[in-house]
Design a protein around this ligand. Structure first.
Ligand code: ADP
Ligand code: MG
Length: 317
């Protein structure tokens, strides 16, 4: 049963590999002179998704969140492995999951070359392997005082959708429909990450929330930051809810955006704009790196806003 399942759903030609699915190991030959970037992310039912989520969406998202780590590194996607535990061999579920997975894979030129399949509580663990030229990977540690802080796309949408789904935020249905895709079908910013090689001084993808993830850059780079709340890019629909503390928390502390947060010297603003244009994604300047440590968020008048970096409920004026 297991072999048939692997053959039917997870075995596809992998022309970029020396040997793909079917033997004890895959065989991979990196492009000459390139370094490999490797990352794993695991998704658990009940924690990262719920049982009623669409299997095609799950295939998309589980690979997208892994690709997002390659994007944040400036790496070009090459190969992936997929370890999956399933409570039962549900053919319709697997067909839909594989459809979502391979559509995302094809969009970004990544090939499934191996994995493991076993019976158990639904768990999806993916490892992605990408390539990056030596010393061009975008690390968390390169931010310098005076650098601009940028984010791609819009932020907070996925967290708004989750808050709506969990009944923590009332939204009109027509509005909710505009934020839900961010939660279920995130877009990894692969092209942007690659275009930012040699331009960005540091980068991270926003998986745990802007403040938490920017906080990792600050810690690793030994610097601080000042963010202007009013400059944070949102979907237009989100503006109507920002009077709600929970919605403001979604902007700062909400996870699952999978946008890139990165820094670059002020002298590289044109290069950042060119990178964004070539990648076909908007980027927005949201603040500055400071020499003094700490992360301040200010309003349009320069007044400090107080927040709890980890909480949803403690964003007070
Ligand atoms: P082994 O017993 O040597 O671990 P398996 O029976 O687990 O072999 O897997 C057989 C082949 O199928 C291997 O090449 C493995 O990488 C691949 N494989 C197993 N599960 C998956 C999966 N979910 N997706 C892709 N490849 C898989
Ligand atoms: Mg195995």
């Amino acid at each position: 049963m297991e072999f048939e399942l692997i053959a039917r759903h997870f075995t596809r030609a992998a022309p970029g590999a020396v040997l793909g699915v079917g033997d004890d190991c895959a065989l991979l030959a990196p492009s000459p002179g390139m370094q490999l970037a490797v990352s794993s992310d695991m998704l658990l039912e009940g924690r990262h998704f719920s049982p009623q989520d669409s299997p095609a969406g799950l295939g998309h998202k589980s690979l997208a969140v892994n690709l997002s780590d390659l994007a944040a590194m400036g790496a070009t996607p090459r190969w992936a492995t997929l370890a999956i535990a399933l409570p039962a061999a549900d053919d319709a579920w697997l067909t839909a999951f594989a459809r979502g997975f391979f559509r995302m894979a094809d969009q970004h030129g990544i090939e499934l070359v191996g994995g493991d399949t076993t019976r158990g509580a639904l768990t999806i663990s993916i490892t992605v392997i990408g390539e990056v030229p030596p010393s061009q990977a975008l690390l968390r540690e390169g931010a310098r005082a005076g650098d601009d802080i940028w984010v791609s796309g819009v932020i907070g949408s996925a967290a708004l959708a989750l808050a709506y789904r969990q009944g923590r935020l009332f939204m009109e249905q027509i509005d909710a429909a505009k934020v839900l895709p961010a939660l279920y079908l995130p877009t990894p910013r692969i092209e942007l990450g690659i275009a930012l090689r040699g331009v960005a001084s540091s980068a991270i993808d926003i998986s745990d929330g802007l403040l938490a993830d920017l906080g990792h850059i600050l810690e690793r780079s030994n610097v601080g930051a000042k963010l202007e709340f009013a400059t944070l890019p949102t979907l237009p629909v989100a503006q109507a809810y920002l009077h709600e503390p929970v919605a403001r928390d979604c902007m700062l502390a909400g996870g699952d955006d999978y946008e890139l947060c990165f820094t670059a010297p002020v002298s590289r603003r044109d290069a950042v704009a060119a990178a964004a244009q070539s990648a076909g994604v908007a980027v927005t300047r949201i603040g500055r790196i400071t020499a003094e440590p700490g992360l301040a968020v200010v309003d349009a008048n320069g007044q400090a806003l107080h927040f709890d970096r980890t909480g949803y409920d403690h964003f007070d004026e």
